[in-house]
Ligand binder design. Sequence first.
Ligand code: HAM
Length: 422
Amino acid sequence: MAIKAIKGMNDILPGDIETWQFLEQKVREVFGTYGFNEIRTPVVEKTELFCRSIGETTDIVEKEMYTFNDKSENSLTLRPEGTAPAMRAFIQHKLHNLDPVNKLYYMGPMFRYERPQKGRYRQFHQIGAEVIGVENPMIDAQVLAMLHHYFCAIGIDAVELQVNSLGCPDCRPNYRKFLVEFLESRLETLCGDCQRRYQTNPLRVLDCKVPGCKAATLKAPAVLDHLCGACEEHFTAVKSHLDTLEIPYVLNARMVRGLDYYVRTTFELVTDQLGSQSAVAAGGRYDGLVESLDGPALPGIGFAIGIERLVLMKGGEKVQASRPDIFFAAMGEAAAEKSFILMSQLQRAGIHAEMDYHGRSLKSQMRRANKLAARYTLILGDQELESGEAELKNMDQSSQEKVQLNDLAALIARLTAQAVLT
Ligand code: HAM
């Protein structure tokens, strides 16, 4: 039986890849304007990196990581997300010595052993952005403005920005205490998972999708009502800067994130177009993370966008593949040889040229030229080879003109002039 790809891991085929390339190109354009530079880290890291950053009691670390031992018995993990690897690289290469403010972005595959469904895969791709070194709430608003800008640039507007503050190590223990007490009073109505984790990770109970847990926590205390003075002030400033920049948002006091490193500002871009996988992008502050990984005590904030979810939201809207500038239709072996040489010369000159390799009838060669949406076709037969002159057919306008086969420069000029116009 033919070998198939692993469940939850998808091929991205020509015809779909153009949308991916469009989304990636817009990242470079938009994120570049905000001063972000690309970073690429390996897809495999030491398992310890994710346990220490994402948190031992999170779903990701408890259930979803692809972890294995290599031949030297080192425990390695396929990265389930990009923030921890970016921080590991930041610390390892002491990027803070080069610049007190580092703005990094990345794009690439992540791996989580989740139950695959529409919008949820085991290998998926994220576009991520991280800023290290700024506590000022202006950067929170800037990061959200960039996210908003990116979504405008790619033409997706059916999203809502939800924001929350999760407090900090000063105020969260106090809130946790209230929350644990509240959960204790409703323990028997919680699902098995939540009964087990309500003390180790009570915030996750607020995010549980089981209807019983949802109902039981409706009136749970909100972290927003328990912020310390500094967190309150920070969050008020973030909201005010968002208003100044006219970035629309709503408060979602129940939003807790599935990763433990978050403090203060957290956010999600949600949509109702993707069924239960409603988060298209998500992120927040992680001020203690760099230090907890034995780096300098620097604050951080960032987000990641799920590329598959963007592609789903773009739906059938296809981004057109590159059209050939010219297609050579050759009749006979000598003409095929000449076409082959001309095509290769044009390709070297940066012109998208194609030919038929099968020696088929003129009719089927023209059908192929049409299928590829070639701008021009050049028909070459014995007669054209003899006269050194052929008809260049403009496929969009159905017009023809004569070209000299040995005047490559004129042909290139003709084709590039047309490429600029269309
Ligand atoms: P996250 O919420 O785990 O955050 O993932 C971010 C986004 O990745 C989600 O909103 C979703 O669009 C996409 N995503 C997650 N899991 C899957 C999946 N199984 N299949 C398809 N798409 C998925 C993080 O990963 C943080 N590192 C974000 C961040 C960066 N926070 C600060 N900086």
